[in-house]
Design a protein. Structure first.
Length: 336
């Protein structure tokens, strides 16, 4: 229960091996199976077997992600209101683009929500000013620039109320810190890093020999550069997984309007809520965009009318439940 007596959305995960494995991978996505096994109190084979099964059936994927906010690159959240017979095709086409993520169908299948991270201003203008306005079946386009991240990115959602104990978390973090390379390298990705980052974007757990083959650099050079990129925050290792693995079946986009003086305090409060997987300040008619995940519709209602509804400074909330997730970090049609 939380301080208001409401059951945490993660309270049913304590006895779930999948939830414990996912949280371990959230803490350190490249941790050896032997280390995860020791922390979870199971055999190496148990961890490896379950991980490979989840990956093979499309329920889990570990990938490297560029931290666009730390890299100083623009990010936009698009809301595309579509004719009902066009939304799915538009979402699928956007999902195939390398500069998109977090794509879902909301509002009864008539709206596509999409995060886009154009590499260049030309790419941004081409998508927002040329391609989308000329796309059939799009009735309305609302583009909101993301201004400040309150929660999400390298901050993993399971760390809020996941099943691992403080001792288990500390053990995994100790292993992660021991393998990190301390560096004063600024947060940027050099052109010569692109083959390394591209390989990790395909498989965040790629071995050093595999990364050596992908980059043509020595294994020691790959290890040093990867450590530097991770330590600088330019990239981080993330995972996408089916929410069914942790018993969460309902997701919703929240478009929140606050009084200007309350934007920062509301955003920070959202970051502490167990139900919030991502929250960011945005430019536009609403000034905070968040993603909520709950066990079921009654739990979503309890959150909206309870913790969220009681926040001082919140003036309006628009809720758009996801009908279907089309893309999270990567496009895999069978990952839901």
């Amino acid at each position: 229960m939380d301080s208001a007596g409401v059951e945490s959305p993660t309270s049913g995960m304590r006895d779930s091996f999948d939830a414990r494995l996912l949280q371990a991978l959230e803490i350190d996505g490249r941790a050896p199976f032997s280390k995860i096994a020791a922390v979870l109190g199971v055999s190496d084979q148990t961890v490896a077997r379950r991980y490979r099964k989840l990956v093979s059936d499309g329920s889990l994927r570990i990938v490297a992600v560029r931290d666009h906010e730390k890299l100083g690159q623009d990010q936009w959240m698009l809301r595309l209101r579509c004719a009902p017979d066009g939304a799915d095709a538009i979402a699928t086409a956007l999902a195939r683009r390398p500069d998109t993520s977090w794509i879902g169908l909301t509002s009864g299948g008539t709206e596509v929500v999409c995060c886009t991270r154009p590499r260049t201003r030309t790419d941004q203008d081409e998508l927002l000013l040329a391609k989308l306005p000329r796309t059939p079946h799009i009735v309305d386009i609302r583009a909101q620039q993301m201004l400040h991240r309150f929660f999400g990115g390298p901050d993993g959602w399971l760390m809020k109320h996941g099943p691992l104990s403080e001792e288990q978390i500390a053990a995994l973090r100790t292993a992660q810190a021991a393998s990190a390379v301390r560096t004063d390298v600024p947060q940027r990705i050099e052109p010569e890093d692109e083959p390394l980052v591209a390989a990790l974007e395909q498989d965040g757990r790629a071995t050093y020999p595999e990364l050596q083959r992908a980059t043509g650099r020595s294994e020691s050079a790959v290890k040093r550069r990867l450590g530097a990129l991770l330590a600088s925050g330019a990239i981080y290792i993330d995972h996408e997984y089916s929410n069914d693995l942790v018993g969460l079946h309902v997701g919703a986009m929240l478009w929140i309007t606050t009084a200007p003086w309350a934007m920062d305090s509301v955003g920070k409060a959202l970051a502490s809520h167990a139900e919030i997987a991502h929250a960011t300040a945005v430019a536009g008619p609403s000034n905070i965009m968040a993603t909520a995940v709950t066990r079921d519709i009654p739990a979503l209602y309890a959150y909206l009318s309870g913790k969220l509804g009681r926040l001082d400074g919140v003036q309006h909330v628009e809720t758009a439940p996801f009908m279907r997730r089309v893309k999270q970090l990567t496009y895999r049609p069978y990952l839901r």
